[in-house]
Ligand binder design. Structure first.
Ligand SMILES: *[C@@H]1O[C@H](CO)[C@@H](O)[C@H](O)[C@H]1NC(C)=O
Ligand SMILES: *[C@@H]1O[C@H](CO)[C@@H](O)[C@H](O)[C@H]1NC(C)=O
Ligand SMILES: *[C@@H]1O[C@H](CO)[C@@H](O)[C@H](O)[C@H]1NC(C)=O
Ligand SMILES: *[C@@H]1O[C@H](CO)[C@@H](O)[C@H](O)[C@H]1NC(C)=O
Ligand SMILES: *[C@@H]1O[C@H](CO)[C@@H](O)[C@H](O)[C@H]1NC(C)=O
Length: 271
């Protein structure tokens, strides 16, 4: 047992060194596409990508609620990007979020012709040689469930019903947003408060935004059930929930009164 304890200790300290030597934040997620190939150093593609990144970081771009759709160069070296900040963030936070995310993405996917990253503050940066504007994509995706061992207090089924109720309400709100912002945030209370937000890139149609959020909600049920907080991130949309208020701008969130469905015949409480 002493040996395996020592082995675990060595393993975890090696892992720790590995993590702390990287500037990448805890909730940062990314995917460097291997199927779209690499570019070479000093190529036109690299020059276009660098120009695109500096445009995204520059304050010359209109803020537009944190939605950016930029293309640089001509085919076959054209790079297309979509960047999106959380709908409750102001311009300054958004710009910082995008800058940090771009730096991390350059660090982790230095040569990929296509890549995506989602930051801790949930801004999304993606680029590709493909046309990505107006196209709904749910892959690659990731789930961010840091407190996997921290399960829902009280009644999990009650929590799940209230959460589903809230998410259904918010997904209608997000999908019916306009061509600049498809975002919804809100809270509800059952045995405890639940906060959630979701957002699509606003280039999506109403139907495609709904479809993207429906996939995210299904994945949430699969990967997050019984957890007090979780995020599902996809290229075209994300959702996040938790039991503490995480909104940056409470003016943009709504309170959704939870009206529980009538008790089922099997429920015996109170009798
Ligand atoms: C692309 O670059 C990565 C490193 O960034 C390398 O691991 C991979 O083998 C390269 N793929 C091709 C097809 O050259
Ligand atoms: C919805 O997304 C698909 C790709 O998933 C795209 O081909 C289609 O044009 C989009 N539809 C609308 C109405 O935007
Ligand atoms: C990146 O995305 C592709 C396509 O969805 C997926 O097959 C692959 O497993 C992902 N890679 C990582 C490291 O998550
Ligand atoms: C994205 O940018 C292209 C090129 O500038 C433009 O033609 C297109 O209308 C933009 N689409 C959206 C949804 O912003
Ligand atoms: C969401 O909840 C708010 C607050 O109760 C309500 O005004 C709105 O109509 C609901 N939306 C949907 C689609 O249920």
């Amino acid at each position: 047992m002493g040996f395996s304890r020592l082995f675990l200790l060595l393993l975890s300290s090696a892992f720790h060194i590995n993590l702390s030597s990287s500037k990448v934040a805890l909730y940062f997620r990314y995917n460097c596409s291997i199927s779209h190939g690499n570019f070479t150093a000093n190529s036109p593609y690299e020059a276009n990508l660098n120009r695109l990144f500096s445009q995204l970081k520059s304050s010359d771009q209109d803020f537009n609620y944190g939605f950016y759709n930029i293309s640089v160069g001509q085919s076959p070296d054209q790079v297309n990007a979509i960047a999106l900040c959380r709908g409750d963030q102001n311009e300054n936070n958004c710009r910082n979020c995008l800058s940090e995310t771009i730096s991390s993405l350059q660090e982790v996917c230095p040569r990929n012709k296509e890549a995506i990253a989602w930051s801790q503050q949930l801004c999304t940066v993606r680029y590709s040689t493909r046309k990505i504007i107006g196209v709904m994509e749910v892959d690659p995706f990731d789930k961010i469930n840091r407190f996997a061992s921290q399960s829902v207090p009280l009644d999990v089924n009650d929590f799940d019903r209230a959460l589903s109720f809230l998410l259904k309400n918010l997904s209608v709100g997000a999908a019916t947003g306009d061509s600049l912002l498809k975002f919804a945030a809100g809270s509800t209370v059952s045995s405890q408060s639940i906060y959630a937000m979701m957002q699509c890139t606003p280039d999506l149609s109403h139907e495609n935004c709904s479809a993207c959020l429906a996939t995210a909600s299904d994945r949430m049920r699969t990967f997050c059930y019984g957890n007090t907080g979780c995020r599902i991130v996809q290229p075209s949309c994300f959702l996040k929930y938790g039991i503490v208020n995480f909104f940056d701008d409470s003016a943009k969130s709504t309170i959704v009164p939870f009206s529980p469905p009538p008790p089922t015949p099997t429920a015996t409480e109170g009798s």
